[in-house]
Design a binder for this molecule. Sequence first.
Ligand code: THU
Length: 144
Amino acid sequence: MDISEYREKLISLAIEARKNAYAPYSGYCVGAALLCADGSIYTGCNVENASYGATNCAERTAVFKAVSEGHRSFKAIAIAGGKRTEDMSEATDFAYPCGVCRQVLREFCVPSDMTVIVCKSVSDYRETTLEELLPSSFGPDNLA
Ligand code: THU
């Protein structure tokens, strides 16, 4: 799968999803767009909670949406994050996924073949792999 064909779309969708972030406590808004092996894309945003601990990250929202619709193989994710600002057309940070989200992504991919794009805009992004972000990982194969 040639990720470069999807990059712009994924970034635009992550920035769009970020606008729906429910982040009244931290003010930190995150959007994600997850590319499935069949080319379908699922988006997500962070959803905070008054209990704080029940908060769900944008990446996991996207993964859970995709899995609940029958998808179990992912190839790329774009993430857009930063404090809420007046103009939400661009993100302000290169927001790398938290440790829990890295592990959740690990469940449904080959880490070396999973592209992670952190982006501020379609022309301002950084790209890496899940293998780099979560080396020597524990996954489904360990339990096979
Ligand atoms: N957050 C995400 O959505 N993704 C991450 O990978 C890191 C953190 C959210 C959770 C919380 O709502 C806010 O950012 C501040 O931690």
